[in-house]
Design a protein around this ligand. Structure first.
Ligand code: ZN
Length: 206
């Protein structure tokens, strides 16, 4: 999140929250061995944690969407970092889930998420003076960027490279992936990187 311009972070968080955490419903969760017993993720855990608990099919672990979105604001989360970094996977230990939920940093970021979603200044009102087309382009740009960030985060890849100039073969991973996405998708290509509407929409790196 810190790689986005400060003015864009809340907009990006809002889009993440509008999508909600990934919670597959018709999926056979794979088993893991715990204490000699095979256990799998308990889908009923989604019911009480519908707002923040996210499951990764690729890694068979869970994450906290809220803590992830605000981790740059609240860096020290003690033992609950599993829900942000490596993922929580102790399927035999619901207490770990409840423990995370009761921690102050988590409670604070959930409140921040709720405030963000309740703010009257939604994406629509913030850009009400702009055309519908511009707003649509903005959403495509943000969604493409989010997909890139999520991919790099899940893969544990660094964002930065050595040379961000247009003709460089070694731009940062984020820009390389965004460029790859644009190359394969005309809709994305029209609104990102060099084609991004100037000033208001371009994704800036710190
Ligand atoms: Zn959390």
């Amino acid at each position: 999140m810190k790689y986005y311009h400060v003015n864009q972070r809340d907009e990006i968080r809002r889009i993440y929250l509008q999508k909600g955490p990934f919670q597959p419903q018709n999926y056979k969760f794979p088993q893991r061995a715990f204490g000699g017993k095979q256990r799998r993720f308990n889908i009923s855990w989604f019911d009480d944690n519908i707002y923040w608990l996210e499951y990764s099919i690729k890694e068979n672990v869970t994450f906290c969407l809220c803590c992830y979105l605000f981790k740059s604001d609240i860096p020290n989360q003690g033992g609950s970092d599993h829900f942000v970094k490596s993922g929580f996977k102790a399927w035999n230990r619901k207490l770990g889930l409840d423990d995370h939920k009761a921690r102050t940093p988590h409670i604070i970021v959930v409140q921040k998420c709720q405030i963000l979603m309740n703010q009257r200044q939604s994406i629509t009102t913030a850009f009400e003076k702009q055309t519908i087309l511009q707003e649509k382009e903005y959403r495509i740009l943000l969604n493409a960027s989010i997909d890139c960030v999520r991919f790099l985060w899940r893969q544990g890849l660094a964002f930065r490279g050595h040379d961000k100039t247009d003709d460089s073969d070694n731009k940062c991973n984020f820009l390389e992936f965004l460029q790859w996405l644009a190359y394969r998708c005309d809709v994305v290509d029209r609104v990102v990187l060099k084609n991004a509407p100037k000033k208001k929409y371009s994704i800036e790196m710190q």
